[in-house]
Design a binder for this molecule. Structure first.
Ligand code: GRF
Length: 216
């Protein structure tokens, strides 16, 4: 069993491609003192990502790294990794980052890259997870914070939150209900890392119970 992080203020690097509402929720949790973390940098693969502007406004270093200006994913990710390392990032937070993570990032930040997915994994991986859930007719969906591995949304699960799916939901109404939960689930999961409570046993994440010596 391996412990992923030691207790202490955790140094985060956020990767985002879009509006950045999860990024905002994480910043708010830090501001409130609920999350013992510091965001060292926000990186985006999209020049016009709202998340870049949100980071700058908060005085967080924000960088656009253009995937098209690198020969392939290996070089692109090499630049991302050296930027993250240069900023002293320990844990990488994908917050609406719309790219598959490749070997360079995975090897440099093994089990230290997290993602949030708007469904109860392992159901409804990939794009339009909320639409998939509505079309399938499930009664419950939700969101999942997980470690990133080689697959698409297949890595070890850290936490999940459940929301009901109503008969007349469409993709947007379900997405809004799930997003509300995402905004709590992500920072709460990150706080477990700041407390040094996250362990990995095979593909299972074990969260050490704060109040007891044994594993929860
Ligand atoms: C969220 O729905 C998240 O689950 C998915 O991408 C979306 C990002 O939204 N991975 P935002 O950019 O954080 O607002």
């Amino acid at each position: 069993m391996i412990q992923i992080t030691q207790p202490g203020i955790i140094r985060l690097g956020v990767l985002a491609s879009g509006r950045g509402s999860n990024f905002d929720a994480i910043c708010a949790a830090i501001d409130r003192g609920d999350l013992q973390a510091q965001i060292e940098i926000l990186i985006s693969d999209k020049a016009d990502a709202a998340a870049l502007e949100k980071a700058s406004k908060r005085g967080i270093s924000a960088r656009f790294i253009d995937p098209n200006s690198f020969a392939d994913r290996q070089y692109y990710e090499g630049e991302i990794v050296s930027t993250l390392r240069g900023a002293g990032v320990e844990l990488v937070v994908l917050a609406g980052y719309m790219r598959l993570v490749g070997q360079v990032m995975l090897q440099n930040y093994r089990w230290r890259i997290l993602n949030i997915h708007p469904a109860l994994l392992p159901s409804f991986t990939g794009l339009h997870a909320q639409k998939q859930a509505v079309e399938y007719g499930v009664r419950f969906s939700g969101c999942t914070v997980h470690m990133v591995d080689e697959g698409m949304d297949t890595g070890p699960i850290i936490r999940q939150a459940v929301v009901p799916v109503y008969q007349y939901d469409d993709e947007d109404s379900l997405a809004a209900r799930i997003l509300e939960q995402e905004h709590n689930l992500y920072w709460q999961s990150l706080q477990l890392f700041a407390q040094g409570r996250v362990y990995l046993d095979g593909r299972k994440v074990i969260i050490r119970d704060e109040s007891r010596e044994e594993m929860a």
